[in-house]
Design a protein around this ligand. Structure first.
Ligand code: ASP
Length: 331
């Protein structure tokens, strides 16, 4: 059965050309002609481009809303969606879309490349062709990232390498599929088909900040970041530990009393926050800091941006942070 796949081009290295030795995005139609294999990939392909293709370092809330709206508008006409995206912020977009697209029952596969499509050794062709095959397979029902022979849950990935083709990792959740001679899906790890109605949320708040602690961090720095936003990701050491200095805990407590939402996320690439395991995290727990368990910073930040914009009150945000909403954390 021929499946209808919509490619959504947002920019990124995959579609860039060199101008005076600098890479900048070009028009998607050129990508199509540079890559004639697309015509012969077994699916019926259509494509759209977001209003202004970008290097994904320029990704922002408006483009996330545009992407979610495009998927919503085309949801019934297509069997799957492939989003061509720069790898730099792909983990943020994949996480954000997983929250915006509630009860999705079709594949949304984000992919990109480390080398532009016109370059001989490009990784773009494999990434794109296999993403299309996955989007057409009728197996995946969630937002994913496909890169360098691996399919990942979108809200579990982090970009870990700026040079290698193998640029992503899912440190706290198994890969969903491995592409070799065949694409082997790991069915036990896939999100199940949702029977609830597909619902697109297009409200996002950027009233958030990240406070990455380090030994000897200054009080002024902590206060400035705490005062800058309602939702704060507190990036801590190891399993969620931080200094026990009185002023530090007091500032966190003051912030939480004022209604701030502070989420404890580990600076370690893998593993989980376990508040209370060490004395150095017990005081965070007591002051009202929430555990982000094994969420990536990207997932925790976008979850906060989503929940703050869709809240009835701060208590409901606090409750939902520690609930697994879209497979983004293991409890
Ligand atoms: N700077 C590029 C971007 O994120 C890198 C890439 O596409 O891999 O758009």
């Amino acid at each position: 059965m021929i499946r209808n796949i919509l490619l959504i081009y947002t920019g990124g290295t995959i579609g860039m050309i060199k101008n005076n030795n600098t890479l900048s995005p070009f028009n998607f139609d050129k990508l199509h002609s540079a890559f004639p294999e697309l015509k012969d990939c077994g699916s019926s392909l259509s494509h759209i481009t977001i209003s202004k293709p970008i290097d994904s370092s320029n990704m922002n809330i408006d483009q996330w809303i545009e992407l979610a709206n495009s998927i919503n508008k085309n949801y019934n006409q297509y069997d799957g969606f492939v989003i061509l995206h720069g790898s730099d912020t792909m983990a943020y977009t994949a996480s954000m879309l997983s929250f915006m697209l509630e009860n999705i029952s079709k594949p949304v596969i984000l992919t990109g490349s480390q080398l532009p499509i016109g370059i001989k050794r490009t990784d773009a062709k494999e990434n794109l062709i296999t993403s299309i095959e996955i989007a057409a397979s009728n197996i995946i029902k969630e937002v994913c990232v496909y890169f360098e022979y691996k399919l990942y849950r979108g809200n579990r990935v982090v970009k870990i390498n700026a040079d290698n083709f193998d640029a992503f990792q899912s440190p706290n959740y198994p890969i969903l599929a491995q592409a070799g001679v065949k694409i082997k899906y790991k069915k036990q790890y896939l999100s199940p088909q949702s029977s609830a109605t597909f619902n697109v949320h297009t409200k996002i708040s950027n009233d958030v900040a990240i406070l990455k602690i380090f030994p000897s961090i200054k009080k002024e720095v902590v206060i400035a970041i705490l005062n800058s936003a309602t939702g704060i990701i507190l990036e801590t050491f190891g399993s969620g530990n931080a200094t026990t200095e009185g002023w530090f805990i007091l500032e966190l407590e003051k912030g939480i009393k004022k209604g701030k939402i502070i989420i404890n996320i580990s600076q370690c690439l893998s593993g989980s926050v376990n508040q209370g395991h060490y004395q150095t995290s017990k005081s965070l727990e007591k002051s009202g800091v929430l555990s982000g368990h094994d969420m990536t910073t990207e997932a925790a930040l976008t979850k906060l941006m989503f929940l703050l914009a869709n809240k009835s009150n701060n208590i409901s945000v606090r409750e939902k942070i520690e609930i697994n909403l879209r497979g983004e954390m293991t409890i």
